[in-house]
Design a protein around this ligand. Structure first.
Ligand SMILES: Cc1cc2nc3c(=O)[nH]c(=O)nc-3n(C[C@H](O)[C@H](O)[C@H](O)COP(=O)(O)O)c2cc1C
Ligand code: SF4
Ligand code: SF4
Length: 438
C-alpha cells in the first residue's frame, strides 16, 4: 500500500486530506469526528474578534438533477470567542498528537496578530493559516480579501506574523485577484512557509424572479458572496498550477477548491499540492467521504507503481505551457465506434451548429457498417469527414456514451512547429504561411 502521509512545510499528517477552515471545522466535537472518520488534518474555522452572523447565509447553484454543484456564502469568521477556540484546539491536539491541527487567523493590528500567533502556538497548533481571502463582510473592515488583493499589504502583515511565529505559517490566498502569483510571491518575500488556495470567489448564484432579490436573502436584501464547491475546481487547479510553476514562489501548496473525491485529490497533487483541504463536499455529504478518498488515492498510487504521494506531487506541473509553445502540426480527429453509438445525433448537431460542419448523416447501408445493439432503428448514422475535422473535441464532449467517440491522433507527416518557431521561420523566409481553414 502506498504511503499517504504528507509533510507540508513541517506540518505532518497521516494523509493529505484536511478539513478546510469553515463550518465543518468550527468545534472540537467536529474535529474529533473528522479524525475518527479518517481525515489527516483540520484547519480551524478562522479565529478573530468574535463576530455576529446573519440569517440566511448560503445559496447554491443546481444544474439539472445535480444539487449544489456550486455553493456560496456570506458567513463571516468564527462567532465563538477566541478563548473557546484556543481551549478546544489544545484539547483536540492532545487527543490527536499525530494529526495536523492548524489555527486559521484573521485580526487587524500588528499587536493583535502577535497576540493571536502566540495564543495559537501556546494552544499546541501545528501551524497557522492566515486568512487573506474572505470576500465579504471582513474585507469591508479592511481584512480578508482586502488584504489578499493587495500583495504589498499581505506582505507587510505576513512579516508581522513572521516576527513572532515559531510554527509553520501558511498564507491562504484569495482568487479574487488578476494574478494569483503576485500574492503568492508576496507571501514568499515575507518569509511564509507555505501557501494555500483558493478561498472563495465573489459571486451571485441566482436571482429570485418573484422578489428580485438574490439568495441568500437577509430581510429583502442580499450581498456579494463567496463561491466554492465542484464548480470552482477548474479555477482552483489553474491557480495552484500557476503558483507551483512559478520559481519566484517556490513554496509548498495546500490545494483547495471543489475537491470531492480521490480523483480531484490526485489532480490537485499532480498540479503541485502537498496537502488538500475540503469544505463544501463535507457540508454536502459529511465526514465519511474521506474513507473513499483515502482508499481511492491509495489504490490509484498502487496502480501506477508509486510508493508515496510524493511521487505524484507536481507530476503534471511542467505539462502546462504557454499557448505559443504548442505544436501547430499535431492533429487528431473524431472517430465513432458504431458498436456503441445509439444514434442520438447530438454529435451531428454540435458539429453542425457549434463547430465545423464536418459530420454527415448517412444511412447505415450507405456506410456499409455493422451497428451496435443500442441503435435507434431507421435513424441516420453520423459519419465524420476526417479531412475537414479540426479535432476540436466538441462532439466527443457532448456524446452521452462513454468512449463512443475517440479523439484519435493522425500523422500529418509534418515536423513539430510551435507558434513561436512559425513566426521566426516565416520572417526568415524558411517556410510559407500555413493555409487558413476553408
Ligand atoms: C460557509 C463557508 C464558510 C467558510 N469560512 C471560512 C473561514 O472562516 N475561513 C477560511 O479561511 N475559509 C472559509 N471558507 C472557505 C473554505 O475554507 C474553502 O477555501 C472554500 O470553500 C473552497 O473549498 P471547497 O470548494 O472545498 O468548499 C468558508 C467556506 C464556506 C462554504
Ligand atoms: S453523440 Fe455519440 S451516441 Fe449520439 S450519435 Fe453521436 S456518436 Fe452516436
Ligand atoms: S472534433 Fe470538432 S470538428 Fe471534428 S467532428 Fe467533432 S465537433 Fe466536428
Amino acid at each position: 500500500m502506498a504511503d499517504l502521509s504528507t509533510n507540508l512545510a513541517g506540518i505532518k499528517s497521516p494523509n493529505p486530506f484536511w478539513v478546510a477552515s469553515g463550518p465543518p471545522a468550527n468545534t472540537a466535537y467536529q474535529a474529533h469526528r473528522a479524525f475518527e472518520a479518517g481525515w489527516g488534518g483540520v484547519v480551524w474555522k478562522t479565529i478573530g474578534d468574535p463576530i455576529v452572523n446573519v440569517a440566511s447565509r448560503y445559496s447554491a447553484l443546481n444544474y439539472g438533477r445535480d444539487r449544489m454543484i456550486g455553493l456560496n456564502n456570506i458567513e463571516l469568521i468564527s462567532d465563538r470567542s477566541p478563548e473557546t477556540n484556543f481551549r478546544e484546539i489544545a484539547e483536540v491536539k492532545k487527543r490527536w498528537p499525530h494529526h495536523a491541527v492548524i489555527a486559521s487567523l484573521m485580526v487587524d493590528t500588528r499587536e493583535r496578530w502577535h497576540e493571536f500567533v502566540r495564543r495559537s502556538t501556546d494552544a499546541g497548533a501545528d501551524g497557522i493559516e492566515l486568512n487573506y481571502g474572505c470576500p465579504h463582510g471582513m474585507c469591508e473592515r479592511g481584512m480578508g480579501s482586502a488584504v489578499g488583493q493587495q500583495p504589498a499589504v499581505a506582505e507587510k502583515i505576513t512579516s508581522w506574523v513572521m516576527e513572532v511565529a515559531t510554527i509553520p505559517v501558511i498564507v491562504k490566498l484569495t482568487p479574487n485577484i488578476t494574478d494569483i502569483t503576485a500574492a503568492a510571491r508576496a507571501a514568499k518575500r515575507a518569509g511564509a512557509n507555505a501557501i494555500s488556495l483558493i478561498n472563495t470567489i465573489n459571486s451571485i448564484t441566482n436571482v429570485n424572479l418573484d422578489t428580485f432579490v438574490p439568495e441568500p436573502t437577509v430581510a429583502g436584501l442580499s450581498s456579494h458572496a463567496g463561491y466554492c464547491g465542484p464548480a470552482v475546481k477548474p479555477i482552483a487547479l489553474n491557480m495552484v498550477q500557476s503558483c507551483a510553476a512559478d520559481p519566484a514562489v517556490g513554496l509548498p501548496i495546500s490545494g483547495i477548491g471543489g475537491i470531492a473525491n480521490w480523483r480531484d485529490a490526485a489532480e490537485f497533487l499532480a498540479l503541485g499540492s502537498t496537502s488538500l483541504q475540503v469544505c463544501t463536499a463535507i457540508m454536502h455529504y459529511g465526514f465519511r467521504i474521506v474513507e473513499d478518498m483515502n482508499e481511492g488515492l491509495s489504490a490509484y498510487l498502487d496502480s501506477k507503481g508509486m510508493k508515496s504521494i510524493n511521487e505524484l506531487i507536481g507530476r503534471a506541473v511542467p505539462t502546462v505551457q504557454k499557448w505559443e509553445t504548442l505544436d501547430l502540426n499535431w492533429q487528431r480527429v473524431a472517430r465513432i465506434d458504431y458498436e456503441k453509438c445509439i444514434g442520438c445525433n447530438l454529435c451531428y448537431i454540435a458539429c453542425e451548429d457549434g463547430a465545423h460542419q464536418c459530420i454527415d448523416l448517412l444511412s447505415p447501408d450507405e456506410l456499409n457498417i455493422g451497428l451496435g445493439p443500442g441503435r435507434v432503428p431507421h435513424k441516420p448514422v453520423p459519419k465524420v469527414r476526417e479531412e475537414d475535422c479540426v479535432g476540436c473535441n466538441l462532439c466527443s464532449l457532448v456524446c452521452p456514451v462513454d468512449d463512443c467517440i475517440t479523439m484519435t491522433e493522425i500523422p500529418t507527416g509534418r515536423p513539430p512547429l510551435s507558434w513561436s518557431d512559425y513566426q521566426t521561420r516565416l520572417a526568415a523566409g524558411e517556410i510559407s504561411p500555413l493555409p487558413p481553414h476553408p
